[in-house]
Design a protein around this ligand. Structure first.
Ligand SMILES: C[S@@+](CC[C@H](N)C(=O)[O-])C[C@H]1O[C@@H](n2cnc3c(N)ncnc32)[C@H](O)[C@@H]1O
Length: 299
């Protein structure tokens, strides 16, 4: 097909334009995370991906953009929530974690507890719901701590008023464990790590993935960076059913508004997606907090 033949040229042009830009890491990277993250990825794996795997092999997942900050605490969630869901379903898995910044990956490599400030739940009650759901899925207990423990990392960059820390500990910080299978896989190497910009990383060299999640991240890249990122991730999807979940940031906020998932325009309209990427773009959950879409490899 003509479009496929011209694709490398388009990708080369995007790469040249992208590399000419200054690094985005310092200026644009955002790290927000919370206990509700990962649930959507888990439901795509359950409803779309697992039915395509009929030989009982582990589902091979990749999460691009991990997240690090939940209120005043350094705490990633998406990989743990996905793992807890799979563990609950009794599904074996492998997981590759990619981030442009080594900090979230180092956190996951070294921490065996998960924390959530009561203070964050006061501000956003949905965090409590996500936390309770996690406890139920991972079958883990919780305790409330009122002082610093080894595993707890507070954010150095958080704007804490003078008495904020005291109040934080007085109100309490929930603490629980990472999923049992996640701990095992950290030890046996079935969870692997890659520090890199997804726009310039050869994701396919890291695996042949049944599922790739790239949530709350693409909006940090310029258009040509998004193009390269999608290209790189799509190359890594297992044929014929590999599926990728992406989203468009918060609708209505100018800095996160990108044409990426627009069904009606932009460079990744469905025709372009299906021709250029041998993939099918469809909206996944229009009514959820984020506008999200699936790209399914169909050839
Ligand atoms: C807002 S967090 C979202 C994390 C998670 N996916 C979630 O939904 O909770 C974005 C993450 O993407 C990472 N990131 C940003 N740009 C990236 C890029 N070009 N390549 C890989 N990771 C990137 C950031 O370092 C950060 O950890």
């Amino acid at each position: 097909m003509v479009l496929q033949e011209t694709l490398p040229e388009a990708i080369c042009a995007a790469r040249t334009a992208f590399l000419a830009r200054p690094s985005l890491l310092e200026s644009k990277t955002m790290y927000a995370s919370n206990p509700t993250r990962g649930a959507e990825a888990a439901s795509v794996i359950r409803d779309i991906v697992l039915p395509t795997i009929d030989d009982g092999r582990p589902v091979n997942c990749c999460i691009v953009g991990i997240g690090l900050n939940c209120g005043p605490i350094q705490q990633p969630f998406e990989p743990y929530v996905v793992a807890a869901n799979l563990e609950h379903l009794g599904v074996d898995y492998k997981m590759t974690l990619i981030d442009i910044d080594p900090k979230p990956l180092l956190h996951i490599k070294t921490q065996s507890h998960i924390f959530l400030a009561q203070n964050s739940c006061n501000i956003l009650p949905m965090y409590s719901d996500g936390w309770q759901e996690y406890l139920g899925l991972a079958q883990v207990g919780e305790m409330v701590i009122h002082e610093q423990t080894d595993d707890l990392l507070l954010r150095g960059d958080y704007n804490m008023e003078p008495d904020f820390k005291d109040r934080l500990f007085r109100e309490g910080i929930y603490m629980t464990s990472i999923p049992r299978t996640f701990q095992e896989k950290l030890e046996n190497g079935e969870i692997s790590f890659m520090v890199g910009n997804v726009a310039t990383t050869d994701v396919s060299s890291l695996g042949d993935f049944d599922f790739v999640s790239c949530m709350n991240m693409l909006y940090m890249l310029p258009k040509e960076g998004q193009q390269l990122a999608l290209w790189n991730m799509i190359q890594s999807l297992k044929k014929p059913h590999g599926t990728m979940l992406i989203n468009d940031g918060l609708d209505g906020l100018e800095h996160t508004k990108i044409p990426l998932l627009s069904q009606f325009g932009g460079w990744l309209n469905p025709d372009v997606a299906s021709n250029m990427y041998s993939s099918e773009l469809r909206l996944w959950s229009k009514d959820s907090f984020y506008l999200s879409a699936l790209l399914t490899r169909n050839q």
